[in-house]
Ligand binder design. Structure first.
Ligand code: GAP
Length: 438
């Protein structure tokens, strides 16, 4: 089915506890969102899937968790303080502000429809500023990091030395980043506080192109392996005028959002821009020493930079489906089992006392292995609908026959097929169905 609208996803996300508008009881704070019980599980699963493929399953990438607040000089050296800006225009008729580079028609206001009413573009700085200490003066200014990447570059030598790494190697980091976006919106697509998953892969300069192409393929495959529809995800190379100030080549992984193709992840060849800049500004030599060749040089960097929150949104959109079961319409999130917030739901057919003990017995077999939920309220049909809507791959139903045959019914979210399985075989059965995916 075609991608659902933003409203459909935002409503489902709120109704079921994935994403809530931040500060809602005070009228909300534009573009800020809170993640509810299912949202945090989805984010955790995404981070874990990324970390596993980027760090755990490899022997050439290690992890880092650097501080959000760093010395101001970091952002001077990286070029962010001088040039991390977007071109801002304001409509003289309706006073709305826009990012010039994101307008379909740079001459026509998308809000009031008037033509030729825009002011001259001016650079709008995207970094969020605060002050350290009691006095709000220039010397106390620090920025909330606008990307996790710089924390990696400034720790390059610490990590390389302590982990005894030789080229090529990568440093991966997941964490919050902040940008004072001119036009946040489209639900959690573009927010001022968001989370990134970035990896800086350090290579010999002459190998940068080869590794860039390697990471393009690997990163696209990651989304496909997690079940994203192949016709809704693609790679697109940047035109020269789109490149960030540090990049010599960038391709985006793009997703077909309800408004069209848009960025999910950027994969850049950052050349030696960052290590060279930090060497010049800090005075610390960040060149790599190759013992065998007895030479020092700045490694090039290939950077796959993804968004946790933006990916979560894309996976929700991609998983959303509507079909008909037993003559009734249903909404189902066909999330990959690894991403599904709840893996198994245990549903006793009745609240009656007779089923309590066996329900607890079944639940205790599953708890600790998989994220699990027991649901005893409402009719079994409504409970299936709820589990379908939150993407639970399997429901285990306990009925009065269970007391005699010591068996339960396992229902598959995608096919709605049901099979009867003995309680003692349940864990092995589910393990087989998950096929090592969770
Ligand atoms: N270190 C390179 C860098 O930060 P980027 O393309 O600006 O590159 C990487 O950001 C990823 O971070 C994006 O592809 C997107 O997934 C996510 N991202 C960036 N800005 C965002 C925002 N305002 N809201 C949500 N996610 C964002």
């Amino acid at each position: 089915m075609p991608a659902p609208s933003l409203d459909v996803i935002a409503n489902l996300a709120k109704r079921r506890g994935f994403v809530f508008p931040a500060s809602e009881i005070y009228g909300g704070l534009r573009s800020s969102w809170d993640y509810g019980p299912l949202g945090v599980e989805l984010l955790r699963n995404l981070r874990a899937a990324w970390w596993k493929s980027m760090v755990v399953d490899r022997d050439d990438v290690v992890g880092l968790d650097s501080s959000i607040l760093q010395a101001r000089q970091v952002w001077v050296a990286s070029g962010h303080e001088a040039s991390f800006t977007d071109p801002l225009v304001e409509c003289r008729n309706c006073n709305n502000r826009f990012r010039l580079d994101k307008l379909d028609d740079p001459n026509r206001c998308p809000n009031c429809g008037k033509e030729g009413t825009f002011t001259e573009p001016r650079p709008f700085h995207l970094m969020l500023k605060t002050f350290l200490g009691p006095v709000e003066e220039d010397a106390a200014v620090v920025y909330l990091r606008p990307e996790t990447a710089q924390g990696i570059f400034i720790n390059y030598e610490n990590v390389r030395r302590s982990a005894r790494l030789r080229l090529p190697f990568g440093i991966a980091q997941i964490g919050k980043a902040f940008r004072n976006e001119i036009t946040p919106g489209q639900f959690v697509f573009r927010t001022r506080e968001f989370e990134q998953m970035e990896m800086e892969f350090f290579v010999r300069p002459e190998e940068a192109e080869k590794w860039h192409s390697y990471w393009l393929d690997a990163r696209l495959q990651w989304y496909l392996d997690l079940g994203m529809a192949p016709d809704r995800v693609r790679l697109r190379a940047h035109e020269a005028d789109e490149l960030a100030h540090y990049s010599s080549a960038t391709s985006d992984v793009e997703y077909l959002f309800p408004w069209g193709w848009d960025e999910l992840e950027g994969i850049a060849n950052r050349s030696d821009f960052d290590l060279r800049a930090h060497t010049e500004h800090s005075g610390v030599d960040l060149r790599y020493y190759d013992q065998e060749a007895d030479e020092r040089f700045f490694p090039f960097v290939v950077e796959p930079a993804a968004g946790v929150t933006r990916s979560a949104f894309a996976f929700l959109l991609d998983a959303y489906d509507e079909d008909e079961v037993g003559g009734e319409n249903r909404i189902v999130l066909r999330l990959h089992p690894r991403l599904a917030p709840v893996k198994v739901a245990v549903l006793p057919l009745s609240k009656k006392d007779e089923l309590v003990e066996v329900t607890n017995e079944v639940a205790s077999l599953l708890r600790g292995r998989w994220t699990m939920e027991i649901d005893v309220t409402q009719s079994i049909g409504r409970r299936y609908r709820r589990q379908d809507e939150i993407g639970t791959p399997y429901c285990v139903t306990i009925d009065f026959d269970t007391l005699d045959d010591r068996a339960v019914t396992v229902r598959d979210r995608d096919t709605t097929e049901q099979v009867r399985i003995g309680i003692t075989e349940l864990v092995e059965h589910l393990d087989g169905r998950f096929g090592g995916a969770v």
